[in-house]
Design a protein around this ligand. Structure first.
Ligand SMILES: *[C@@H]1O[C@H](CO)[C@@H](O)[C@H](O)[C@H]1NC(C)=O
Ligand SMILES: *[C@@H]1O[C@H](CO)[C@@H](O)[C@H](O)[C@H]1NC(C)=O
Ligand SMILES: *[C@@H]1O[C@H](CO)[C@@H](O)[C@H](O)[C@H]1NC(C)=O
Length: 506
């Protein structure tokens, strides 16, 4: 999904959502507008809000006819403060809701004025006034009280995956990790990076050669440190695909708490949201175009107009993907699957052929999406779940941070690991269209909730906090570590109210 990271563009964007009913006329005053983009204190790379459009007090459930007539203006409250704010057109989610996004390039101290108009009329309580300061993503202004910060973001009280991951680690012995990790995982081919955070400054050293992906761990840690004061902690992050720690809880010596992006049933790694979804949130409306918000406004034709076939495009990173293409050749009326690039099974290219690359948003022309693992969990899964097609998910020992909240037959259709029941499941979906549509919808709504940008920040913070609480010795900046500086933001103005000059002199 992610592709090659692109050079950062110094532009910011923002997003919004709206709900409406089939053929119904939109009532601007009765529509609803809500979301974190209307709260000054919620600092997100891209702020967004949702707006439900009622007519006769009923929510619309499909797009109002004709061109989207919602317009949004986001301006600095004070004429003396001009701020660059990027506000693209609202994204139509095709279910009567629109997603409105905006990205601020600069901080405003006085405040923001957000106007939402339908035709010429103000929507709901528009204009909305956000009293300043309203900080942009790159303003280094951490909230000192983590509890207050978590409340502002409406972080959930518990994250079941985090609870589960930490049960193996009632305490964390940094000295033992310091001794063992370089030996076990720090060889030439390793992808482990050692971080120490002290006084909200981030330091690190790389243990192996394959650690370029530290740009992804750096960017989220820096982003968090600009928003909230991080606890002092020392940890190792695994930037490779596979989880590393296969010792069992009762083994001697016991497992070590390595942090990874992907979990598996036979490993103990503590997991974080993948670099892919994290980067997608941080760089939405900058270097990344397929992100967790934009995909919601690009879900293709409505359900009845989607092609009634299961669809797959991807690389040859797992044998079942090749089997899928074989099945597709034999059953073109049920399945359209193709490999777009060969690397692991190059000898198969002649036999199976190579499919043309297709834009991700075009996947949603098909009613059913097949999710088959890559080397580990397929990181497209969150994006597929946010679409409005039915997801057929291969059973897998691998998981990302949010899978724990999803249930087979409620949010997606499970398919055996060897795909032996795939065709049967596609036939079932075709014959039970109402049920299939309902599962697709339930999956989409749940994914929208689980994958909201603020929840990813909450998740990261919670993992760091739990980890810090369990450390049995003091985190230390080790030999060979370097400081990871905050990015230059010289073209933007921001004065952090938590760092008054008076206090810095003290
Ligand atoms: C309309 O949609 C909003 C937002 O999803 C929801 O909170 C509200 O309960 C809905 N109203 C009705 C009458 O269904
Ligand atoms: C389905 O497609 C037809 C033909 O393009 C179009 O007229 C119709 O409005 C579409 N239906 C829905 C519900 O989008
Ligand atoms: C596929 O896996 C199932 C168990 O999940 C097994 O019963 C079946 O024999 C397997 N089919 C093939 C073709 O290997």
């Amino acid at each position: 999904m992610l592709g090659i990271p692109q050079a950062p563009l110094l532009r910011l964007q923002l997003a919004l959502l709206v709900a409406a009913g089939a053929g119904a006329r939109v009532s601007a005053p009765r529509s609803l507008v809500w979301g974190p983009g209307l709260q000054a204190a919620v600092v997100l790379p891209v702020r967004y809000f949702l707006q439900a459009v009622d007519s006769d007090g009923r929510n619309l459930t499909s797009s109002p006819p004709g061109q989207t007539q919602f317009k949004v203006f986001v301006k600095s409250l004070s004429p003396k403060e001009s701020a660059r704010i990027y506000v693209p057109k609202p994204l139509d989610r095709n279910d009567g809701t629109f997603l409105v996004r905006y990205r601020m390039h600069e901080t405003v101290h006085e405040g923001l004025k957000v106007e939402v108009l339908y035709g010429g009329e103000h929507v709901a309580q528009s204009p909305y006034i956000l009293k300043g300061p309203v900080y942009h993503e790159y303003c280094d202004c951490p909230e000192e009280d983590p509890q207050a910060w978590q409340e502002t973001l409406s972080c959930p009280d518990t994250e079941p995956q985090i609870e589960q991951d930490f049960t193996a680690f009632p305490s964390i012995n940094l000295q033992q990790m310091l001794k063992e990790i370089p030996k076990r995982f720090g060889d030439e081919r390793g992808a482990v990076v050692h971080y120490t955070i002290v006084n909200n400054h981030i330091h690190r050293r790389s243990l192996g050669k394959y650690t370029d992906f530290k740009m992804f761990s750096d960017e989220i840690l820096l982003s968090l440190a600009r928003k909230v004061t991080l606890p002092d902690l020392e940890f190792y992050i695994n930037l490779g695909d596979w989880p590393l720690e296969h010792r069992k809880v009762n083994d001697t010596p016991g497992p070590i708490p390595i942090i990874s992006w992907c979990g598996s049933l036979d490993s103990r790694d503590i997991i974080l949201p993948t670099y892919d979804v994290t980067h997608s949130i941080l760089e939405a409306m900058r270097g990344v175009t397929n992100d967790l918000l934009s995909v919601q406004g690009n879900t293709g034709p409505s359900w009845i107009n989607k092609t009634e076939k299961a669809f797959f495009r991807g690389r040859d990173s797992r044998e079942e993907r090749l089997q899928l293409v074989q099945l597709s050749k034999e059953n073109p009326q049920l399945l359209d699957a193709g490999i777009t690039g060969y690397f692991f099974f190059q000898e198969k290219e002649k036999e199976l052929g190579k499919a043309k690359l297709m834009g991700f948003f075009d996947f949603f022309k098909y009613k059913y999406q097949v999710n088959v693992d890559g080397t580990v969990a397929a990181y497209r899964f969150p994006y597929l779940m946010l679409g409005d097609s039915l997801v057929l998910k291969q059973e897998s020992p691998y998981y990302e941070h949010f899978y724990v909240a999803l249930r087979p037959w409620k949010h997606y259709i499970p398919v055996r690991r060897n795909l032996s029941d795939l065709l049967e499941k596609v036939r079932w979906a075709k014959e039970n269209d109402d049920e299939a549509k309902k599962i697709a919808k339930e999956g989409q709504l749940t994914a929208r909730d689980l994958l909201q940008p603020p929840r990813l920040f909450c998740y990261y913070y919670r993992v760091l906090q739990k980890y810090a609480e369990r450390q049995t010795s003091k985190p230390t900046i080790r030999d060979g570590m370097e400081l990871v500086p905050q990015p230059e933001d010289a073209t933007s103005f921001c004065r952090c109210h938590r760092k008054t000059p008076g206090r810095e002199e003290l």
